[in-house]
Design a protein around this ligand. Sequence first.
Ligand code: VG1
Ligand code: CO
Length: 558
Amino acid sequence: STIVTVNTNPYEGQKPGTSGLRKKVKVFLQENYTENFIQSILDANKDVIVGSTLVVGGDGRYLVKEVVDKIIKISAGNGVARLLVGQNGILSTPAVSHIIRKYKTLGGIVLTASHNPGGINNDFGIKFNCSNGGPAPDGTTNEIYKLSTAIKQYKIVPDIKCDIDTIGVQRFMVGDNEFVVEIIDSVKDYVEYMKEIFDFPKIKALLQGSEQREPFKILIDAMNGVTGPYVRRIFVQELGAAERCARRAEPLPDFGGAHPDPNLTYAADLVAAVRAGDYDFGAAFDGDGDRNMIIGRGAFFVTPSDSLALLASQLQHIPYFQRTGVRGFARSMPTAAAVDRVAADLGKEMFQVPTGWKYFGNLMDAGRLSLCGEESFGTGSDHVREKDGLWAALAWLSVLAATGQSVEGLLVAHWRKYGRNYFTRYDYEECPSDPCNEMMQELEKKITEPGFVGSKHSSGDKTYVVAEADNFSYMDPVDRSVAMKQGLRIVFEDGSRIVFRLSGTGSSGATVRLYIDSYEDKDVLGDAQMKLKPLIELALELSQLQKYTGRDAPTVIT
Ligand code: VG1
Ligand code: CO
């Protein structure tokens, strides 16, 4: 086969957001749009691309297979020596991260728009991960974007015919060089790794029960996303759960019309089934398998911020951490500060980074971070460099098996020991962009004016005094790179916080996220929405959100 150079023109807006380039499928279908971006990724690695190995896979959504084919042909055109491709184009995001690390590849390309709906009228996405297995840092994504704005040509080998449905090695000659595509089992490497990290026989014993103890009943929802085959292999085949414990375990190109985001709104089916049924534990994962939601008996909901804090306090039950020891903890800035209390208690380093998993990678690579999470249903450890939904469910089951307690029992005991951070997030999705930008600018002006710190604000029967207010910026302690403007933050003297951000993962309009976090020492069994009402009202008043967005209620509350 021979390499063909194709002339092309740049497209505007190929700027990766919080986690890769995410747009409507129709945008990716424009002539050369996808080719341009793939070429820009390879060009950003131009010094090391020839002779390299890359991992390629996606979450099974509409367009994944077509784009895998393009990546194969363009990789061949750019001198890549070898690709490891998930069978049928399927690899979960954490699995890609693991495979990059295990086989020490240059990086990987992940095809997903994560929790965004799929199908011809919905979203697609492309993300580049580096050799540490993590999402490319800002320096690299900025470089990819810059290249995309000036691209003139891409290189492709159009007559490569590669069958991605069959496991095995396929070899092609490109000029005088061999180009190898290895189609790999989508779940094998990942499952083997989970068996090293966790004590599978112990979890299996929990699920099966004994003469002394009832079986522990679980219900796992893959939301028709990529985790279906992983859920089947792990929970059904390895851990012996019944087939019916795996719901929606078939990856579908449109996720069966579902919004594959594991939260109380979009995974309401699972919540209802666990509430009505005789289950001890429920978990759901997002489209690409990096997010998780955990619920207990009666659909007792564990907020992601609490999940992180609880796991931080119980890592000793997991064999991986028994071997490696526990280093520091981290959370994204908007995530409730529950884990900070565990860190202080255990004498561990604690980091607060901007939103997005790419900010955790350096700390892990430097050996300073073991466990981290985001309020957006992301939990993970330094076993890979992505958040990992299945890992989180297995971590919970490990703790449940070791302690013999219920999900609710563990959480309530945790709150009694550490106090509770009540947390909620309001999302206003797909608002018009200009007024949202204006709202953020005005709010920033207001909260950074002299006199705002120290000012008093009354709401309901509460009065809050501002202790600190800024647009969050972060300096990476390892490479000293700086990320500016990561969200407006108002911190009050009692530790309560109001945070505003604009989403960086949407594909149209602007999504405003409002995060509220408030700590209670003794009063730990209240209802979060009730507890946080005064702060929510104060946030809406300070921001004038209703005036700017025209919305009087959020699209989703988590
Ligand atoms: C959202 C979440 C963020 C998460 C990101 C990617 O970003 O808030 O915490 O890391 O999605 O998650 P944003 O910019 O829309 O707030 V995933 O599962 O979409 O890769
Ligand atoms: Co995701």
